[in-house]
Structures are given as structure tokens and as C-alpha cells.
Design a protein around this ligand. Sequence first.
Ligand code: SF4
Length: 295
Amino acid sequence: MYIYEKKGRYIIDFQDIPAKRAEMPEIEVEERQGNMKEVETGFPEDVAVAEAKRCLACRRCLGCALCWAECKPEAINFDMPDEDFELEVDEVILTSGMQRKIAPIRGNYGNKHMNVVTDLQVERMLADTGPSDGLIFRPQDGEIPKKIGFAQTFGGVDDKVRDAALFYAVNEAIMAQKKIEGVEISFVSPDMDAFKASAGSDLDKVSGVNFVNGTVAEATEVGENKDIELKYEVGGSEKTETFDLLVLLTRPQLPPMIEGSAKKLGIEVNYVSFLGTPGEIVETDKAGVMLAQNM
Ligand code: SF4
């Protein structure tokens, strides 16, 4: 490692970050004929380790300027000052954005069990452009789950927020049914009866999903496969069900940044203020300030 100066900054040059990507070794063309041999042989250990070290892995910026020094098109400018712009507009439309808060469940504080995931993680898995190419799998062993449980572990929220959270999850369940043939899906929510009444006939169209009005008590890892045993209460009696994958519902809420913007605009909002007919724009008490609705 040595330190050099560039445009008035002192750069630490890590010598173990290779400047050029290593080339993947391949078997000769003659060797490939008439067989199913892998063409790429993989890196030897020392090359693989050197390649892995290419990543700066900053996580939190320390201002070391290594990225700045390495960026050939000089796209990074550490000296750019913050700028405030004043724009004259007739109307301001505020959109909600969303934060999803997870309520812990006994036996699984802090995502202790690998086969317990959140609805956000499932959303990423279901996306065809996501990290798993649209495949839902168990993080612990990569197997496709045949029995999935969705559990609502939070309560005491506005009915619209509850419905939004449950609708998101029901949509995920429908998509999971399309991707995994014969998958069994159950929902456990302390508000299921109220949700069913509110969703009305929309929920009747969903087949093959078991909707349970129950209060989730505990999630435990069981057996060699590390399946998830869920304990919940229904009508005063305790039930136990084992799932390949348990999905915890997250509670949608407003990001602090939106609350701050609303304050600056002189209005008070919460997440419910934005729940209505998707795409609709509603007026607020403040002239010229509107809210974009979503659900
Ligand atoms: S300055 Fe660049 S390389 Fe250094 S920590 Fe920040 S982002 Fe990473």
C-alpha cells in the first residue's frame, strides 16, 4: 500500500486490488467436441481471492476517495457543494413513498431462523428481474417451498393500513401459486375476519389459500430441514402448523422524509392520507398542495 496525491487529495493505493479483471480459463476447442464438458474451468484459488478483493465493499462511506481515484470518467465529485433550487410551480403533488416496519415474533427476534422471511423479501424473490430470477426459495437450503405460511404479527393499525398490508401479501400468495405448482398457502392474521369483511367478494376469487383469524404466538425451527413451526391461537385454543417457509407481514408507514416535506408544505399527513383509489389526486387544506393516492 502506498499513498499518492491526486488533485490535492491523498489517495491510499491498495496494491491488492487488481487493475484488470482476470480472464476465465477455458478448455481448448478440440477438447470440447463430442462431450458435455464444462467450457469454463473456474478460477484457481489465488485468482478467485484476488478477484473478490476487487470489490471496494465500502458499506459506509469513509471519504477515502478510492472510488474517486479509480473512476476513469471522473463521475465522482467530492467537492460538489449542496445546492438549493427555487422553483415556481402552480401545484405540488406529494406522493407517499413507503417504509415497511417488521414486528418481531417470539422465537424469531431479528430474523434468527433462515426460513423466516418478510413479505418484502418475497416481493424481491417474485420479481423476474430480482436476485432469484423470480423464484421463491428457502434461504436455508435453496429448496422450493411446498407449504408457505403468511403471518401478521402487528396489530392496532388503521383498517386501511391493515388492508393494504394484507392485500400486498395476498397478491404475493397468488403469484407464488402461479410459480409453484400445488403449493399450500395459509394466512394467519388477528384481523382476518375484519379483512374478509372489508375485502368482500375480491377475496372469494382467491382459491387454494387458507385464511385463518388467529393470533400468532411463536415461530420455532424444527427438524433437520429447519422447517418453521408456527404456534397461533384460534378462538381460545392453541394450534400448531409447520411450514417450509414462513413470511412475516411488514407494516407500511410513511418515511420520515415525506413527513418532513409535508411539514414544510404546511400540512399534516400519515400513511392513511395516501390510501385511496390508485392514481387519484386529492386536495388538502392547503391550496395548491395535493396528495397522490395509492393502495
Ligand atoms: S470514498 Fe468511495 S471508496 Fe472511499 S469509502 Fe466512500 S464510497 Fe467507498
